[in-house]
Ligand binder design. Structure first.
Ligand code: SF4
Length: 318
């Protein structure tokens, strides 16, 4: 058996970095500016379900500078003001439609919303977060056309590759719908990112790791990893308050070990956008990690080095 080596395209890292690929592709940093366009979600308004996913309280992941802003251009101005001071010299800004399901409307309405963002002279493209069951072909056709002249990324909330887990958290779609959405979008040339959440209730370590092969089989451009956090105002918060032992949560150390195990099994061609998230402490009940978000990536890199491993080391290919 030939000895596995770290792929050259990783550069100095032990995984394929989305940030660095973006820098190479676009000649500099690409910064997302969050926009809340006022969409809702089919898993909340009754068309797919009511109550939403059991872990979701959208206030938990809406940036604070958006809360008082409703109008798209003003939201962009506020975000640009923040990021140009924080990251001077940023080359590109894209509008990040993050809250709820940002393709949950007809094409004409979507076009009006997206064009309002693209009309800003500093906005070079769009990142559109949505559910896998909310991307009909006509919407994908429109986004594919847009991507001929603008940066466009579709971000799909896959969350888990395990149907029993998706059911347990009232997700309202299964993994087959995720596979179908990724394939239809990628077939049109769109960059597709998947949002994955580790440690969902009832999901085993084996099942989470098995997801690496399932995701590797899809034409995904990148992955965003998130750890389960119990957020106030969610159904999970009620379950946790009733019986915290029913929702055992990973420690930071266990999460990082899991992430390394997952990366080892993941195709080296899928880039990594983020490795965790951080809900504001005022919104969060658990877990209590002695680690801030900005410390996660260096800790992950240190663990990959310590274990002398890298993304794809155990990837068997498709
Ligand atoms: S996580 Fe997304 S799909 Fe689930 S309820 Fe919240 S907004 Fe809807």
């Amino acid at each position: 058996m030939t000895e596995a080596i770290i792929p050259a395209q990783f550069g100095e890292r032990r995984f394929l970095s989305w940030n660095e690929l973006q820098r190479e592709k676009h000649g500099g940093r690409v910064q997302k500016v969050s926009v809340d366009a006022g969409f809702t979600c089919p898993n909340r308004d009754g068309s797919k379900g009511i109550g939403g996913c059991t872990f979701c309280n959208n206030a938990g992941f809406t940036p604070s500078y958006l809360r008082e802003e409703r109008e798209i251009t003003r939201q962009i101005e506020t975000g640009l003001d923040f990021f140009t001071r924080r990251y001077p010299g940023t080359k590109h800004f894209v509008a990040y439609f993050q809250a709820y399901s940002n393709t949950y409307a007809g094409v004409d309405q979507l076009r009006a919303v997206y064009q309002a963002a693209l009309a800003h002279p500093k906005i070079d493209g769009l990142v559109i977060g949505t559910r896998p069951d909310c991307v009909p072909d006509d919407v994908l056709d429109y986004l594919a056309k847009l991507s001929e002249t603008k940066i466009v990324e579709l971000e799909l909330g896959i969350e888990s590759c395990d149907d029993a887990t998706l059911k347990r958290v009232n997700r309202g779609h299964d993994f087959a719908e995720s596979e179908d959405a990724v394939r239809r979008a990628a077939a049109r040339g769109l960059d597709v990112a998947a949002h994955i959440m580790f440690d969902l209730p009832g999901e085993s370590r084996e099942s989470m790791l098995a997801g690496a092969a399932k995701l590797s089989a899809l034409p995904l451009t990148s992955l965003k990893f998130h750890q389960l956090q119990i957020i106030k105002g969610t159904q999970l918060a009620n379950e946790w308050r009733r019986d915290p032992a029913s929702l055992p949560l990973l420690s930071a150390e266990a999460y990082l070990e899991l992430l390394v195990d997952f990366l080892e099994r993941l195709s080296p061609t899928i880039s990594i956008q983020r490795v965790g998230s951080e809900v504001p402490p005022s919104h969060k009940l658990a877990p209590e990690w002695n680690l801030r978000l900005h410390e996660l990536l260096p800790r992950l890199e240190a663990l990959l080095l310590e274990r002398n491993t890298w993304q794809g080391r155990l990837y068997a290919g498709n």
